[in-house]
Write a protein that binds this ligand. Structure first.
Ligand code: CU
Length: 149
């Protein structure tokens, strides 16, 4: 006896929040809109994932950059896809990896926020509010504050 099951495959949608979290998204205030700005965040995921791209209405383009030290010279290097290993926090911070905002539409004023959407290979898109901190800030004071929804 042959039974043909003709039904659409059942897939379980996975909400982005369940596997990937983007914490403490922040950026430094900028003096001029004509200069690129950098945004930072801490990313963690329950499963291996990769950050493939970032967009924001605040800038024309966002690039994921790593910093490579060559002697005394630091160079920024474009990261095509940023690996987020399961259970390990990946922190983007000044002097290291960052999201570079090219073609800012307005300068970033301290105290303002803007939205940014991070696209992950498996978890899809996660939109976060980015807090603009002071021009010399090293990061949010409370590192557990903020969540990725
Ligand atoms: Cu950069």
């Amino acid at each position: 006896m042959a039974i043909w099951l003709i039904s659409p495959p059942v897939t379980t949608p996975v909400a982005a929040e369940e596997s990937v979290r983007v914490l403490d998204a922040w950026a430094r205030a900028s003096i001029l809109a004509s200069r690129p700005a950098a945004a930072y965040a801490t990313i963690e995921s329950a499963t291996d994932d990769r950050l493939l791209g970032v967009t924001t209405p605040t800038a024309d383009q966002v690039m994921i950059h790593a910093v490579e030290k060559d002697g005394d010279v630091s160079r920024m290097k474009l990261v095509g896809a940023l690996a987020i290993p399961a259970g390990k926090r990946v922190t983007l911070a000044p002097g290291g990896m960052h999201m570079m905002l090219m073609g800012l539409h307005d300068k970033l004023d301290e105290g303002a926020t803007f939205s940014m959407t991070l696209s992950f290979e498996k978890s899809g898109e996660v939109t976060v509010e980015v807090s603009v901190l002071g021009i010399a800030a090293d990061g949010p004071e409370n590192s557990e504050k903020g969540a990725g929804q």
